[in-house]
Design a protein around this ligand. Structure first.
Ligand code: DC
Length: 337
């Protein structure tokens, strides 16, 4: 596919020192490249302007010294509307991806079209610790958490209760056509209802996990749940965890993370979690379930589990949940402050 020429804008603020200018401009270029899925090879040129009060070090030198091999042009811009110490970058590049302008920290004031709500997409395979992490991030940032898997689980449970084979897409659609899935928050805790009946307590069994994985491959089911997920992100700052949040549900989310771990580590975590809840499970069964669900979730035709090109990958094999939460909070705050 031939790429289009696009213009991408970005800005960041810095203190008037070599270290600060270097760190800021490199952070900006990294963000611009990540969010737009580009590299030096795609860039025709970069035009940089520096606020008149930043005389300490030239950002084009910092970009060059960081090893970027692109055409650079740098000029001074007069300080704007009380925003001091800013560096603007305009990148001309070849890209197939939607343009994502990046305004970091204090420079966000330079972009009028930034929304006041932030979306965080947290995707990854089952058992990677997404829900534990998302819950903690939501609490720390005081934003809404949507566990999207619970919606698929509610529909999986409904099929199980009606004796429907979840691999039979037609039967699944027929069973779910008139079913209403609802979402509520009670003291900040998410409740899922099916035709008004709260099923939250019934959706965490291994049988429901498998059924959820099965129904999630049915295009009708994905379509049915898309609106509920998007609605919640339009009126508030949110973190959604799932499999296709960064790729399908919220493709323009400002923050995307792909949290993963080896199948063995994930199975051990799920085993411990189920055992702690008093469920009698065998580790090998849990591991087989994890492997089967990985396969189902990543090979299905519609919205498969996949890292978005602009997602930051977090491999949590050797990280505690707290460390993953810390990483995400630092990343988000580093971008916003
Ligand atoms: O995250 P979880 O284990 O609660 O998800 C249950 C199943 O639902 C999982 O096997 C895949 C599916 N799912 C999905 O396809 N897309 C999502 N956004 C969330 C879950």
């Amino acid at each position: 596919m031939s790429k289009k020429t696009v213009t991408i804008h970005g800005a960041v603020t810095a203190q008037n020192t070599q270290e600060s200018v270097t760190a800021a401009v490199i952070r900006l270029i990294d963000g611009l490249y990540l969010k737009n899925g580009i590299s030096d090879a795609d860039v025709a040129g970069m035009s940089i302007t520096v606020a008149g009060d930043l005389t300490g070090f030239s950002p084009d030198r910092a970009i060059r010294e960081a090893g970027h091999n692109v055409a650079l042009k740098c000029a001074t811009e007069h300080t704007k509307d009380g925003v001091n110490g800013f560096i603007r970058v305009t990148v001309t590049a070849q890209s197939d991806n939607p343009v994502f302008n990046v305004y970091l920290g204090g420079a966000r004031a330079l972009s009028a079209d930034l929304t006041k709500y932030h979306s965080i997409a947290l995707d990854g395979p089952s058992g990677a610790g997404k829900s534990t992490v998302a819950k903690a991030v939501a609490k720390k940032l005081n934003i809404t958490y949507l566990d999207t898997g619970a919606l698929y689980r509610a529909l999986g449970l409904t099929c199980l209760n009606n004796g429907v084979d979840v691999r039979d897409a037609k039967a699944v659609e027929q069973c779910l056509r008139d079913v209403k899935v609802g979402l509520d928050y009670e003291n900040g805790v998410q409740r899922v209802t099916v035709d008004g009946v709260d099923v939250t307590a019934k959706i965490r069994t291994p049988e429901v996990s498998m059924a959820a994985s099965g129904v999630s491959a049915v295009p009708y089911v994905r379509e049915k749940l898309l609106g509920i997920q998007r609605d919640i992100a339009t009126g508030s700052s949110v973190i959604l965890d799932g499999r296709d949040i960064g790729t399908v549900v919220l493709p323009s989310a400002e923050f995307k993370f792909f949290l993963t771990a080896s199948a063995e580590v994930r199975a051990k975590r799920r085993f411990d979690e189920l055992t702690a809840k008093g469920q009698k499970v065998v580790y090998e069964d849990v591991l087989n379930d994890v492997i089967t669900r990985d396969r189902n979730d990543s090979t299905r035709a519609v919205a498969p589990l996949k890292q978005a090109y602009d997602a930051v990958k977090i491999d949590s094999d050797n990280m505690t949940a707290d460390q993953v939460v810390g990483f995400i909070i630092d990343y988000v705050e580093g971008w916003l402050q």
